[in-house]
Design a protein around this ligand. Structure first.
Ligand code: URA
Length: 236
């Protein structure tokens, strides 16, 4: 067995085609938007205060009904996030992929399996004391990179999630999450290894699980990052 398969086996990632079970918590659907069906709600200034006033329970409904960017036209399901409203940990990825778009839950493909194993490595379990979210709540077609206008349209939802959660530690998974939350152009390599602050909350940057699946040697660095996040949490 080659090295990659060996590590995948250790992480219980084989066979790669085996998807996870159904979501632990299905994202509720509904309509909170006042815009006409199919139309993009483009008035960002009007949206911001409306989103800032949403409760934890109202957020998924609003996200599921969101038409603020063109991604609502191609999504099957929006992916608000998963986890309890009193989660002490927040993990933030980039955007839903094909399987997440189908199921309405973040990180349910192979990268999600690795994320679950990363959580387990520091004693955490999806659905318990961890909230998992993405910068974008809807899938960019073909898994292309998020457009700046899409990030700008979606950012208020993540900001509101963080404001309501006030987690003990935020872990930014990959470049997009790090750049969005820290408002920087710096590389992941230069952002890793220290504790940043987002709105006063400790934030640790690590590699995206999908990147780690392609670059297994960097898993050791991701482990260091998780240890830093855990130590930060313990010292709160
Ligand atoms: N990659 C992400 O960044 N988020 C997901 O939900 C799935 C894959």
């Amino acid at each position: 067995m080659d090295r990659r398969r060996e590590i995948l086996r250790e992480l219980q990632l084989l066979p790669l085609w085996r998807w996870r079970d159904r979501p632990l918590q299905a994202a509720p659907s509904g309509t909170a938007s006042t815009s006409a069906p199919g139309a993009a709600e483009t008035d960002q200034e009007a949206r911001a205060p409306r989103i800032e006033a949403l409760s934890w329970e109202q957020l998924p409904t609003a996200i599921n009904a969101c038409t603020a960017c063109g991604l609502h036209e191609t999504r099957q399901r929006a992916v608000p996030g998963i986890g309890p409203g009193d989660a002490r940990w927040l993990f933030v990825g980039e955007a839903p992929g094909a399987e997440e778009d189908r199921q309405g839950e973040p990180f349910v493909g192979p990268a999600g399996k690795l994320l679950d194993n990363m959580l387990a490595a520091i004693g955490l379990t999806r659905g318990e004391s961890v909230f998992i979210a993405n910068v974008l709540k809807c899938r960019p077609p073909g898994n292309r990179n998020p457009e700046p206008s899409e990030v700008a349209a979606c950012r208020p939802y993540l900001e509101r999630q963080i404001a309501l959660l006030r987690p003990g530690v935020i872990v930014a998974l990959g470049r997009f999450a790090a750049l969005t939350l820290l408002d920087t152009e710096a590389s992941i390599a230069s952002l890793r290894g220290r504790v940043h602050r987002y709105q006063g909350l400790p934030l640790v940057v690590t590699y995206h699980p999908a990147y780690l699946l392609r670059n297994l040697p960097d898993k050791a660095k991701a482990w260091d990052d998780l240890c830093l996040a855990r130590a930060t949490f313990r010292n709160l």
